[in-house]
Design a protein around this ligand. Structure first.
Ligand code: CA
Length: 240
């Protein structure tokens, strides 16, 4: 596979690049996040090996910017062995995996193969449906530019919807995702919480993003309130 190695320590970069070449891979090396952003967007890389400690823009910021630019090339972060916080920050910035320095070369190769198998699948760190956004890492949500305060259960329910935009979800599915399958709550609690959510993310903004699907449950869509020409549609909501 073709790898982009982003590493400012020249000696280590040479060593890793040589190892990759010996194992039949193609490795390009750049020494900064800025250079990485400039070359990776052409999408020709199967994996990016991204050091955390870089001059200027660090590895976290580089990864965040890649994902914000909708570049989904798998990223393996190269982190310090002792820094748990680095590994968390890297994964939350959109990295797919990490190896801790100093790493065993065989492990690096195995992790590269594992993330490359996933390919360039969109996997945004912040879930977006229309102008509704939800960040599972910071546990925050926004409608347009306004932050929406949600209870833990409302957040879990909204996350369940936003991970499956456009799909009709049954009350049982929503219960499993937001309450867990060993909970003994009645399925009509879903209706109650959908109502709470609508009051927070839809009604104040004139939206109808959570739609009632008759005989099934609910689904979230980008925006049911406004058609393409900007006219407001009459949206028939099953339970009002
Ligand atoms: Ca470094």
């Amino acid at each position: 596979m073709r790898a982009l190695l982003v590493e400012d320590e020249a000696k280590l970069a040479r060593l890793v690049a040589r190892g990759l070449t010996e194992h039949g891979h193609v490795a390009d090396v750049v020494g900064s996040g800025e250079e990485a952003l400039a070359v990776v967007a052409d999408g020709a890389y199967d994996v990016v090996l991204l050091d955390v400690r870089l001059p200027g823009m660090d590895g976290f910021e580089t990864c965040r910017r890649l994902r914000t630019a909708r570049v989904w090339t798998p990223v393996v972060m190269l982190t310090a062995r002792t820094a748990v916080a680095d590994r968390i920050a890297g994964l939350d910035a959109g990295a797919d995996d990490y190896v801790a320095k100093p790493f065993a070369f065989d492990e690096l190769l195995a992790r590269m193969r594992a993330v490359a198998r996933r390919g360039e699948v969109p996997r945004p760190t912040v879930l977006t449906v229309g102008d509704l956004r939800l960040d599972p890492a910071s546990r925050r949500a926004w409608r347009a530019h306004q932050e929406v305060t949600l209870s833990a259960r409302e957040f879990a329910l909204l996350e369940a919807f936003m991970r499956r935009p456009g799909r009709a979800l049954t009350r049982d599915e929503l219960l499993e995702h937001a309450w867990g399958w060993d909970s003994d709550v009645a399925s009509n609690v879903v209706d109650v919480y959908v109502r709470y959510l609508r009051e927070k993310i839809d009604r104040p903004y004139g939206r109808h993003s959570i739609e009632t699907v008759r005989g099934t449950g609910y689904r979230i869509t980008a925006d049911r309130a406004t058609s393409e020409d900007g006219q407001t549609q009459a949206v028939a909501d099953g339970d009002g």
